[in-house]
Design a protein around this ligand. Structure first.
Ligand SMILES: [Zn+2]
Length: 366
């Protein structure tokens, strides 16, 4: 199993220069290799295999960068091109732009070249040496470092995401008739309603920060592009956006942890978030509550304790079924209450969540 911990780092001036150079070299190598691959494909219809080393003579500055980082660029590019050769509709991957505000590169653990020093609060990375790091959480002793991704966000803060590998010996929880399955119904304006009737919404502080973000965006659009004030405002916009996404991630971690602590089996509708936001024209609210991210977090937290996330088919009629008698009845989106001839009178999302539970349990035992 793999797990990643992200730590803030404080590189000194020289280290910043080198990190930035490495970002640039990775972009350069990506674009050079991609360009050659595309022209080779246009001539022969085949994939060109090429390595970063081939470009070091013409671009000697590439030698300054961590060669493992460049090797990872090659791997990523090959993976993206393999997708293209499998399905031409996907198209070639894109060239990387210098203007992209987020930068990163990944290096690997080889012969102890990466050292996390918790006592001296540093991390040693290839070419960079020891960088000041803030360790707010610690890996278990038997975890092994696999790779480190160095990144810079839009407001010039640097981070390392350390990927650890560990041997997992988890006994799967046995499912039987008495197993409890929690059902979750996706809510576009909140997060979910569960089969116990609990509605989880995004917290107030998050909604407030989101509003602030929208306000700052509007202000930015009124400034003269690339003027001093525009840059100042752009910085504010980036800062709030980072805060909003951090708050969302923390909140989703807490919510998924809470559920995984209490349940072994959770059933969800397997919804296609992109299609949903497009077809229902729910726009931003749908994309921004991070439901997809939440489901991923929940899935690995359940698996880590031997439980399971059960995905119910997206065409399962969870909103139309009566959770009491099983009759099917179409109800319009505006109708918040589900009522049925059998006497049930229930919140529509709660009704869906119960249906998702029943279907989840059926799948679990089948
Ligand atoms: Zn009924």
């Amino acid at each position: 199993m793999n797990i990643a911990y992200k730590y803030r780092i404080y590189p000194n001036k020289d280290q910043i220069v080198l990190i930035e150079k490495t970002f640039g070299c990775c972009r350069k190598v990506w674009n050079l290799m991609l360009g050659d691959k595309i022209s080779y494909y246009e001539k022969t219809g085949k994939q060109l295999l090429t390595t970063p080393a081939k470009y070091k003579r013409d671009y000697p500055f590439l030698k300054e960068a961590d060669s493992l980082a460049l090797a990872n660029v090659q791997l990523n590019l090959e993976r993206a091109c393999d997708n293209f050769f499998r399905d031409r509709k996907i198209g070639f991957p894109r060239y990387k732009s210098k203007k992209h505000p987020k930068k990163s590169y990944t290096t690997n653990m080889v012969n102890g070249n990466i050292v996390l020093d918790f006592e001296n609060k540093t991390i040693k990375l290839p070419k960079l040496g020891h960088i000041k790091a803030v360790y707010h959480r610690f890996p278990d002793n038997e975890w092994k470092v696999k790779s480190v991704t160095v990144s810079r966000n839009a407001i010039n803060q640097y981070y390392v995401s350390v990927l650890f590998e560990y041997e997992a010996s988890i006994d799967p929880v046995k499912a039987d008739q008495n197993s409890i399955v929690l059902g979750l119904d996706y809510k576009s304006d909140g997060l979910y309603t569960d089969s116990e009737g609990y509605c989880a919404g995004m917290p107030h502080y998050y909604l407030k920060a989101q509003k602030k973000s929208a306000r700052q965006q509007r202000k930015l659009s009124k400034k003269v592009l690339h003027s001093n004030n525009w840059y100042k405002q752009q910085y504010k916009v980036n800062k709030t956006a980072i805060k909003v996404s951090r708050q969302r991630r923390d909140f989703l971690h807490k919510q998924s942890k809470k559920i995984a602590n209490s349940y072994d089996f959770v059933s969800v509708e397997d919804i296609d978030m992109k299609a949903l936001s497009q077809s229902l024209k729910l726009g931003k609210a749908t994309m921004d509550n991070g439901y997809g991210m939440f489901i991923n977090m929940l899935s690995y937290k359940l698996e880590a304790k031997g439980g399971r996330l059960i995905r119910v088919d997206r065409f399962f009629p969870s909103t139309q079924l009566c959770s009491n008698c099983g009759k099917i009845k179409k109800i319009p989106l505006s109708q918040r209450v589900y009522s049925c001839g059998c006497g049930i009178f229930i919140d529509r999302d709660y009704n869906s969540a119960i249906n998702i539970t029943h279907e989840g349990k059926r799948l679990l035992l089948s």
